[in-house]
Design a protein. Structure first.
Lengths: 323, 215, 58
């Protein structure tokens, strides 16, 4: 402890420098006891909250669930994969080169990262799983017809069928207008049947290996359909519903994500194709700002201007009035 | 080597790596300040307990996570005890973030970065971010509907800045290992650094305080 | 295989005002945090007049 009064030295900028904390009067305090008490308090709180409120566990949507609940959506998705019009098919890196993806001004980060998870939506998500079906000769013939057609013909068939499905009442394949869709209707119907058997995830995830573990293909396929998003939006989990903060049911969500998800609710982000990159860029900037508060003039002076600290240290200020 | 009397003062510039490391370590925190049994009298507010509450919550998070790890990824979906442990994990995480943010609010209004404590502030911010990332990989590892939605949504944001090319949120086998190994390790190091810095610099004095005469 | 969960069961309670929409649970959590913060600021911290006693609890 110091034995003489030191006037606060001024920094070069003229602001008073902070004195050494070890030069102040002290009193006994038991840090270890404080920690043990804190641990007990937190444990009791945790146990109490867990016992009272539990935690959410909504079952994952299986392909069979999807096929049962929204069969037309499954058929439409299969047709879309074949037509190359689904989200995954047109995504760009890291799955394919169908698009450049998002950009932050001149920074084409998505493109520069490259295709590291190569995916051919039509082949990987629809045709390869179907190739394993052996007891459906109509399907086998349809697949052969598809494989022997050229790319333009395939796109024609699949796009026409997709459009026809979109115009059919309720998207029902049975009510589709007549047209030349080639083997696509049979392939899409066969895909629905495969989904109904419960074998689709396995065909997608294991991809010939015994051990799965990587759900990328199943998830991309599911997300290409409308059903997953419909279920999510019904639970206020959509991006424009502050979904990042939310949880299913009434369970606590992620309140700390409030600022990240806020930007998606307001223009220009809410109307921008590039919203994801823009929000990322903005949040990285703000985060940097938060980390560098000690160095940002103005920002670092807010605690002085709005003196909440006078409450925190009221005992000290009462005992040490300003000269 | 000749026998050395251990009471002799150390050589001015020791060449032994061990001695250098020892000297280095002993200077990280002022003598007696690693676990002092006294503290500045100006620490007279409940706001000061939120750091230790955050730390305690982190320990409960890790402990409940360890129990979940014992059972594995599918355990808590089929066992009511497992589900309770999962609830402990969820609520300790909520408490962890709540205490951490209140701690952040307090430190901001105290301008606690003063007196060469900028690094303490910055490690705190990095710990906050690291916690968000760790929690995120946890949500991805739930193997339920929430994981399905969160992964397919998050991939868009991450892919837009190229991160998704090597951090695949739709790959639970990868995300789980990030959640239980990589990120907790990194977060642990950051938290340790943060606490060491707190002990090294001491608790920041009140704004406009002068050093006192001896009592 | 049972059909998918009815939409209403999973929805949860939300409040909204303009562009802001928040779950009741999250709102309670945030309100509680603010309350705890204010209380931490204003509640007296024990020990102010017992600087010499050695056996104080925090």
């Amino acid at each position: 402890m110091t034995t003489s009064t030191e006037h606060r030295r001024a920094t070069r900028a003229g602001r008073p420098s902070t004195p050494d904390s070890h030069g102040f009067a002290t009193r006994p305090y038991d840090l270890v006891k404080e920690f043990v008490v804190a641990l007990i308090v937190v444990t009791l709180l945790t146990v109490g909250l867990a016992a009272a409120f539990s935690s959410p566990d909504e079952k994952a949507i299986t392909m069979r669930d999807w096929a049962n609940a929204a069969p037309n959506d499954v058929v439409a998705t299969a047709a879309g994969e074949l037509a190359g019009t689904t989200t995954s098919a047109g995504f760009g890196p890291p799955y394919n080169t169908a698009a450049d993806g998002a950009a932050l001004g001149p920074l084409k980060l998505q493109k520069w990262a490259g295709v590291t998870i190569p995916l051919d939506s039509a082949q990987d998500l629809v045709l390869i799983p179907l190739a394993g079906v052996t007891d459906n000769s109509a399907l086998t013939d349809a697949l052969a017809a598809w494989q022997s057609a050229d790319a333009d013909q395939r796109t024609q068939w699949a796009s026409d069928y997709s459009d026809a499905l979109a115009q059919a009442p309720d998207g029902n394949p049975d009510s589709v207008a007549t047209g030349d869709y080639g083997p696509v209707p049979v392939i899409a119907a066969g895909f629905l049947t495969l989904a109904n058997t419960g074998g689709l995830e396995g065909a997608l995830t294991s991809s010939g290996n015994f051990y799965g573990g990587d759900q990328t293909k199943s998830l991309l396929l599911l997300a290409d359909g409308a059903y997953l998003e419909d279920q999510a939006r019904a639970r206020n989990l959509g991006g424009d519903q502050w979904g990042m903060m939310n949880e299913t049911g009434n369970y606590p969500g992620q309140p700390w994500m409030w600022l990240y998800t806020f930007w998606y609710q307001v223009p220009p982000f809410s109307t921008s194709e590039n919203a994801d990159a823009l929000v990322w860029g903005l949040m990285m900037l703000l985060t940097l700002g938060l980390a560098l508060v000690p160095f940002i003039p103005g920002l670092r002076s807010i605690p002085r201007w709005i003196p909440v600290h006078r409450i925190i240290w009221r005992d000290y200020y009462r005992d040490h009035p300003r000269r | 080597m000749t026998a050395v009397d251990t009471d002799q003062p150390p050589v001015a510039t020791p060449t032994s790596w061990t001695a250098r490391v020892r000297e280095r370590i002993s200077r990280i925190v002022p003598p007696g300040q690693a676990l002092p049994d006294r503290q500045p009298a100006y620490m007279s507010s409940w706001i000061y307990v939120f750091g230790v509450l955050t730390l305690a919550a982190l320990i409960v998070v890790v402990a409940s996570g360890v129990v979940l790890a014992l059972g594995g990824v599918t355990w808590w979906h089929v066992s009511s005890l497992g589900h309770f442990v999962n609830s402990l994990h969820l609520w300790s995480v909520e408490l962890f973030f709540a205490f951490m943010v209140v701690h952040l609010w307090g430190k901001f209004w105290m301008a606690a970065w003063r007196g060469n404590r900028a690094l303490t502030w910055m490690t705190g911010v990095v710990a906050f971010l690291g916690s968000i990332g760790t929690a995120f990989t946890g949500y991805l590892s739930q193997a339920n509907f929430a994981s399905q939605w969160i992964s397919t949504q998050a991939k868009d944001g991450l892919n837009s800045v190229g991160v998704g090319a090597f951090f695949n949120v739709m790959n639970p086998a990868q995300m789980l290992l990030w959640h239980v190994v990589l990120l907790p390790l990194v977060l642990g190091v950051i938290v340790v650094l943060h606490v060491i810095l707190v002990r090294r610099h001491g608790i920041v004095p009140p704004i406009d305080a002068d050093e006192e005469t001896a009592s | 295989m049972r059909p998918m969960i009815l939409l209403a069961d999973g929805a949860g309670r939300y409040v909204s005002s303009g562009v802001i929409q928040i779950s009741v649970t999250n709102l309670v959590i945030i309100a509680a945090m603010i309350l705890v913060f204010v209380l931490a600021l204003v509640l007296p911290f024990p020990g102010r007049h017992h600087q010499d006693s050695s056996d104080r609890d925090s």
